[in-house]
Write a protein of this length. Sequence first.
Length: 226
Amino acid sequence: MSARRSAAELSRAIVSCRACPRLVAYREGVKPRASYASQPYWRKPVPGFGDLDGKLLVLGLAPASHGAERTGRIFTGDASSRFLVAALYSAGFANQPVSESRDDGLVYRGCYITAAVKCVPPGDKPTKEEFANCSPFLDAEVSLMPNLEGVLALGSLAFKAYVAHLARAGADVRGMVFGHGATYRIDGQPVVYACYHPSPRNTNTGKLTMPMLVGLLKRIRRDLRI
Protein backbone atom coordinates (compact mmCIF):
# COMPACT_ATOMS: atom_id res chain seq x y z
CA MET A 1 0.00 0.00 0.00
CA SER A 2 1.45 3.38 -0.97
CA ALA A 3 1.89 6.17 1.57
CA ARG A 4 -0.45 8.43 -0.42
CA ARG A 5 -3.14 5.76 -0.49
CA SER A 6 -2.65 5.32 3.24
CA ALA A 7 -3.06 9.08 3.70
CA ALA A 8 -6.31 9.05 1.73
CA GLU A 9 -7.62 6.13 3.75
CA LEU A 10 -6.66 7.83 7.00
CA SER A 11 -8.48 10.99 5.93
CA ARG A 12 -11.62 8.97 5.19
CA ALA A 13 -11.38 7.23 8.56
CA ILE A 14 -11.06 10.57 10.36
CA VAL A 15 -13.99 12.17 8.54
CA SER A 16 -16.28 9.19 9.25
CA CYS A 17 -15.37 8.88 12.96
CA ARG A 18 -18.19 8.99 15.51
CA ALA A 19 -16.28 7.64 18.51
CA CYS A 20 -17.08 10.52 20.90
CA PRO A 21 -20.83 11.09 21.42
CA ARG A 22 -20.32 14.48 23.09
CA LEU A 23 -18.22 15.79 20.21
CA VAL A 24 -20.56 14.39 17.56
CA ALA A 25 -23.53 16.11 19.18
CA TYR A 26 -21.66 19.38 19.59
CA ARG A 27 -20.19 19.62 16.09
CA GLU A 28 -23.51 18.73 14.46
CA GLY A 29 -25.36 21.27 16.60
CA VAL A 30 -23.15 24.33 16.09
CA LYS A 31 -25.40 27.27 15.23
CA PRO A 32 -24.03 29.23 12.25
CA ARG A 33 -23.07 32.83 12.81
CA ALA A 34 -25.27 35.34 11.02
CA SER A 35 -22.42 36.22 8.64
CA TYR A 36 -22.18 32.56 7.59
CA ALA A 37 -25.90 31.78 7.56
CA SER A 38 -25.93 31.08 3.82
CA GLN A 39 -22.97 28.70 4.01
CA PRO A 40 -23.18 24.95 4.70
CA TYR A 41 -21.12 23.86 7.70
CA TRP A 42 -18.77 20.85 7.45
CA ARG A 43 -19.93 19.40 10.82
CA LYS A 44 -17.55 16.42 10.62
CA PRO A 45 -14.10 15.60 11.98
CA VAL A 46 -11.39 17.60 10.24
CA PRO A 47 -8.27 15.81 8.89
CA GLY A 48 -4.86 17.36 8.55
CA PHE A 49 -3.71 19.32 5.52
CA GLY A 50 -0.39 20.10 3.90
CA ASP A 51 2.87 18.55 2.80
CA LEU A 52 3.31 15.03 4.19
CA ASP A 53 6.84 14.99 2.74
CA GLY A 54 7.71 18.07 4.77
CA LYS A 55 10.06 18.20 7.74
CA LEU A 56 7.69 20.10 10.05
CA LEU A 57 4.43 19.09 11.70
CA VAL A 58 2.34 21.95 13.12
CA LEU A 59 -0.05 20.66 15.76
CA GLY A 60 -3.07 22.57 17.05
CA LEU A 61 -5.65 21.53 19.61
CA ALA A 62 -8.90 21.10 17.65
CA PRO A 63 -11.00 22.64 14.86
CA ALA A 64 -12.76 25.94 15.57
CA SER A 65 -16.57 26.10 15.55
CA HIS A 66 -16.79 28.71 12.78
CA GLY A 67 -13.39 28.04 11.21
CA ALA A 68 -12.37 24.49 10.33
CA GLU A 69 -15.67 23.01 11.52
CA ARG A 70 -17.39 25.31 9.03
CA THR A 71 -14.94 25.08 6.12
CA GLY A 72 -13.74 21.49 6.47
CA ARG A 73 -10.02 22.37 6.44
CA ILE A 74 -7.86 22.74 9.50
CA PHE A 75 -6.91 26.33 10.44
CA THR A 76 -9.16 27.86 7.81
CA GLY A 77 -11.71 30.65 7.99
CA ASP A 78 -11.29 32.20 11.44
CA ALA A 79 -9.04 34.68 13.25
CA SER A 80 -6.57 32.09 14.56
CA SER A 81 -6.20 30.68 11.06
CA ARG A 82 -5.56 34.08 9.51
CA PHE A 83 -2.84 34.86 12.03
CA LEU A 84 -1.13 31.46 11.71
CA VAL A 85 -1.23 31.30 7.91
CA ALA A 86 0.06 34.86 7.56
CA ALA A 87 3.00 33.86 9.76
CA LEU A 88 3.59 30.64 7.80
CA TYR A 89 3.58 32.69 4.58
CA SER A 90 6.07 35.19 5.99
CA ALA A 91 8.35 32.33 7.05
CA GLY A 92 8.15 30.67 3.63
CA PHE A 93 5.93 27.68 4.47
CA ALA A 94 2.80 28.81 2.56
CA ASN A 95 2.23 30.09 -0.97
CA GLN A 96 -0.20 32.78 0.21
CA PRO A 97 -1.21 34.53 3.47
CA VAL A 98 -4.88 33.59 3.00
CA SER A 99 -6.77 30.66 4.54
CA GLU A 100 -10.49 31.17 4.02
CA SER A 101 -11.93 28.08 2.26
CA ARG A 102 -10.97 24.64 0.97
CA ASP A 103 -10.74 26.00 -2.58
CA ASP A 104 -8.76 29.20 -1.93
CA GLY A 105 -5.56 27.80 -3.49
CA LEU A 106 -3.54 27.54 -0.26
CA VAL A 107 -0.52 25.24 -0.50
CA TYR A 108 1.93 24.42 2.29
CA ARG A 109 5.54 23.64 1.45
CA GLY A 110 7.67 21.80 3.97
CA CYS A 111 4.98 21.50 6.64
CA TYR A 112 1.81 19.61 7.45
CA ILE A 113 -0.85 20.95 9.82
CA THR A 114 -3.25 18.95 11.95
CA ALA A 115 -5.01 18.95 15.32
CA ALA A 116 -4.72 16.64 18.31
CA VAL A 117 -8.52 16.32 18.46
CA LYS A 118 -10.35 16.22 15.13
CA CYS A 119 -13.74 17.62 16.24
CA VAL A 120 -14.56 20.94 17.87
CA PRO A 121 -15.03 20.43 21.64
CA PRO A 122 -17.36 22.49 23.84
CA GLY A 123 -15.40 25.35 25.39
CA ASP A 124 -12.28 24.24 23.51
CA LYS A 125 -11.77 21.63 26.24
CA PRO A 126 -11.60 18.01 25.09
CA THR A 127 -11.87 15.37 27.79
CA LYS A 128 -9.12 12.88 28.58
CA GLU A 129 -11.16 10.18 26.85
CA GLU A 130 -11.62 12.33 23.73
CA PHE A 131 -7.87 12.93 23.51
CA ALA A 132 -7.33 9.19 23.84
CA ASN A 133 -9.90 8.36 21.16
CA CYS A 134 -8.15 10.68 18.69
CA SER A 135 -4.61 9.64 19.58
CA PRO A 136 -4.40 6.82 16.97
CA PHE A 137 -5.12 9.41 14.26
CA LEU A 138 -2.20 11.58 15.40
CA ASP A 139 0.06 8.53 15.63
CA ALA A 140 -0.92 7.56 12.08
CA GLU A 141 -0.33 11.07 10.70
CA VAL A 142 3.16 11.13 12.23
CA SER A 143 3.90 7.74 10.68
CA LEU A 144 2.96 9.11 7.24
CA MET A 145 5.66 11.81 7.38
CA PRO A 146 8.89 10.07 6.32
CA ASN A 147 11.00 13.23 6.53
CA LEU A 148 9.64 14.55 9.83
CA GLU A 149 12.30 16.36 11.85
CA GLY A 150 10.36 18.90 13.90
CA VAL A 151 6.99 19.40 15.61
CA LEU A 152 5.58 22.80 16.52
CA ALA A 153 2.89 22.47 19.20
CA LEU A 154 0.47 25.41 19.36
CA GLY A 155 -0.66 25.82 22.96
CA SER A 156 -0.21 23.79 26.11
CA LEU A 157 -2.90 21.20 25.32
CA ALA A 158 -1.50 20.42 21.86
CA PHE A 159 1.95 20.21 23.47
CA LYS A 160 0.59 17.78 26.08
CA ALA A 161 -1.00 15.67 23.32
CA TYR A 162 2.28 15.42 21.45
CA VAL A 163 4.17 14.54 24.64
CA ALA A 164 1.63 11.73 25.10
CA HIS A 165 2.40 10.57 21.55
CA LEU A 166 6.10 10.49 22.40
CA ALA A 167 5.38 8.49 25.55
CA ARG A 168 3.40 5.96 23.50
CA ALA A 169 6.43 5.68 21.21
CA GLY A 170 8.61 4.84 24.19
CA ALA A 171 10.45 8.16 24.43
CA ASP A 172 11.67 9.61 27.71
CA VAL A 173 9.46 12.68 28.18
CA ARG A 174 10.52 13.61 31.71
CA GLY A 175 11.11 17.33 32.11
CA MET A 176 9.07 18.39 29.09
CA VAL A 177 7.20 21.51 30.20
CA PHE A 178 5.26 23.89 27.96
CA GLY A 179 6.58 27.40 27.45
CA HIS A 180 6.64 29.64 24.41
CA GLY A 181 9.84 29.05 22.49
CA ALA A 182 10.81 25.99 24.52
CA THR A 183 12.72 23.41 22.47
CA TYR A 184 13.24 19.74 23.28
CA ARG A 185 15.64 17.39 21.53
CA ILE A 186 14.94 13.73 22.24
CA ASP A 187 17.02 10.88 20.89
CA GLY A 188 15.39 9.26 17.89
CA GLN A 189 12.50 11.74 17.75
CA PRO A 190 11.73 15.02 15.94
CA VAL A 191 12.72 18.24 17.69
CA VAL A 192 9.74 19.60 19.66
CA TYR A 193 9.02 23.34 19.67
CA ALA A 194 6.37 24.98 21.86
CA CYS A 195 4.41 28.10 20.94
CA TYR A 196 1.47 30.02 22.33
CA HIS A 197 -1.70 29.26 20.40
CA PRO A 198 -2.53 31.97 17.80
CA SER A 199 -5.99 32.54 19.25
CA PRO A 200 -7.43 36.05 19.53
CA ARG A 201 -7.11 35.88 23.30
CA ASN A 202 -3.35 35.67 22.81
CA THR A 203 -2.85 37.76 19.67
CA ASN A 204 -5.21 40.59 20.63
CA THR A 205 -3.51 41.00 24.00
CA GLY A 206 0.03 40.89 22.65
CA LYS A 207 0.89 37.65 24.42
CA LEU A 208 1.72 36.30 20.96
CA THR A 209 2.76 38.80 18.31
CA MET A 210 3.40 38.28 14.61
CA PRO A 211 7.16 38.90 15.01
CA MET A 212 7.25 36.30 17.81
CA LEU A 213 5.59 33.61 15.69
CA VAL A 214 7.42 34.44 12.47
CA GLY A 215 10.71 34.53 14.36
CA LEU A 216 10.08 31.09 15.82
CA LEU A 217 9.10 29.68 12.42
CA LYS A 218 12.24 31.10 10.82
CA ARG A 219 14.34 29.59 13.62
CA ILE A 220 12.73 26.24 12.91
CA ARG A 221 13.55 26.62 9.20
CA ARG A 222 17.20 27.23 10.09
CA ASP A 223 17.33 24.37 12.60
CA LEU A 224 15.78 21.87 10.20
CA ARG A 225 17.49 23.30 7.09
CA ILE A 226 14.22 23.66 5.23
